[in-house]
Design a protein. Structure first.
Length: 186
């Protein structure tokens, strides 16, 4: 049995990668990296960070407790320590901080993974979905006191505009044209 010879496929010209794709990858990378950094800082702070945040923000975290007790912040903390309830309070708050840190790290890693494949349409769809979800999660995390220090909150605040810019750059026409032109070359 013989087969007819086939001609080699014609060379498909792959266009130059647009600058907007690079900008998309920068913003998407930052919107993934900043929450990972925030989560790591939160985990690294551990119990001491949780205790410091409770002492500094007790009026924000449990406003009803101060009113009911009729005590100042410092007097309330000393009362909690003297009755042995402080350790449980700190442990619970540390658990909340660890939960938020884990969620932020998880979303950050997923956004970073989709950033690597940003030139493909499926990855940009996932980037869009996870950028919207990450934006909501950042908003919720910053709204709680469980995200730890100002530095952690600051990194999440910096991730907000990066998420929004990722959404904008995902669907710019030059990136869509590039994705369509590259598809036959694969």
């Amino acid at each position: 049995m013989t087969h007819a010879p086939t001609a080699a496929p014609a060379h498909v010209h792959v266009p130059k990668r647009p600058v907007t794709l690079l900008i998309l990858q920068i913003f998407a990378g930052l919107s993934g990296l900043l929450p990972v950094v925030a989560g790591i800082l939160n985990f690294a702070g551990g119990r001491q960070l949780a205790e410091d945040e409770l002492v500094n923000n007790i009026d924000r975290i449990e406003p009803g407790l101060l009113d009911e007790a009729g005590l100042s912040e410092d007097a309330f903390v000393e009362l909690m320590r003297s009755t042995g309830q402080w350790d449980g309070f700190v442990t619970g708050f540390q658990g909340a901080m660890a939960t938020w840190a884990g969620v932020e790290i998880g979303f950050g890693i997923l956004v970073l993974v989709w950033t690597i494949f940003a030139r493909t349409i499926w990855a940009r769809v996932l980037l869009t979905v996870f950028s919207v979800l990450a934006f909501i999660v950042h908003f919720a995390a910053i709204g709680t006191s469980a995200m730890g220090s100002d530095m952690v909150g600051g990194t999440l605040m910096a991730a907000w505009p990066c998420c929004l810019l990722t959404l904008v750059f995902c669907w710019l026409p030059p990136i869509n044209r590039y994705a369509k032109a590259v598809k036959p070359a694969r």
